[in-house]
Design a binder for this molecule. Structure first.
Ligand SMILES: [Zn+2]
Length: 228
């Protein structure tokens, strides 16, 4: 018996020195019920349609951590899809604000502060909830979604057995987006922005499933009709 084969492979061999991706693949079985959890590309938040529990990928522990989930109560709406938002409970504190004519806060902070935003002397902290898309969209769409859902959060209902895909932003990203949206909402009033000193202390985070509909080729949220 003679082996005449020279060389082991007809495939070109690529040597990728230290070019391995810095992420690991983790098995996506639901930690609660064991069902396979659907995920797309770069998702970091997951929802099990079998047992209706949500999870956030914790990169430090390399594990799925449980997250509370609610869905927008919209049984009258025929949703084509549901997308995840983060609901971030937060304490907002105004440390200092301008005393000039432009001192009123009317953006997202104004919405969270409610009647206090028109009281020039009001200081102190108020509790509120930021609603931040967990999925990727254009910056304009993201900011508009933050504005509308933070200003008027729709009524929340029960957890649905619907897929909640595309959540590529974790809580840390959502907190940064919340700050960005606050600043963006005041940016047309530079005198306010310049003199505004605020602090946001974020508390518990949970996921919100928001119904979306496909109109032509544009996905829009089914509550406010904002295209993404
Ligand atoms: Zn499950």
């Amino acid at each position: 018996m003679s082996e005449e084969t020279v060389g082991g492979s007809t495939e070109p061999v690529e040597v990728l020195e230290d070019a391995r991706p810095s992420f690991e693949l983790v098995p996506l079985d639901c930690p609660t019920c064991g069902a396979a959890v659907e995920a797309s590309g770069v998702d970091v938040v997951f929802y099990c349609t079998a047992c209706r529990n949500g999870y956030s990928f914790d990169i430090e522990n390399n594990a799925l951590e449980p997250v509370d989930v609610a869905f927008v109560a919209a049984s009258h709406i025929a949703a084509h899809d549901y997308r995840p938002f983060w609901l971030l409970s937060a304490e907002v504190e105004i440390r200092r604000r301008g005393g000039g004519r432009g001192g009123d806060i009317s953006g997202i902070l104004g919405a969270l502060l409610g009647s206090r935003s028109s009281d020039r002397r009001a200081m102190g902290a108020v509790d509120g909830t930021f609603a931040i898309p967990a999925f990727h969209s254009s910056l304009d769409s993201t900011i508009e979604l933050v504005h509308r859902y933070t200003r008027a959060l729709p009524e929340l209902g029960e957890r649905l057995g619907e897929r909640l895909l595309g959540g590529c932003y974790g809580v840390d990203d959502a907190e940064k987006l919340a700050h960005f949206a606050v600043i963006a909402s005041e940016v047309d009033k530079p005198d306010v922005l310049k003199q505004l000193d605020y602090r946001i202390r974020f508390g518990a985070a949970r996921l919100l499933g928001v119904p979306f509909q496909l109109e032509g080729e544009v996905w829009r949220d089914a509550i406010y009709g904002i295209g993404v």
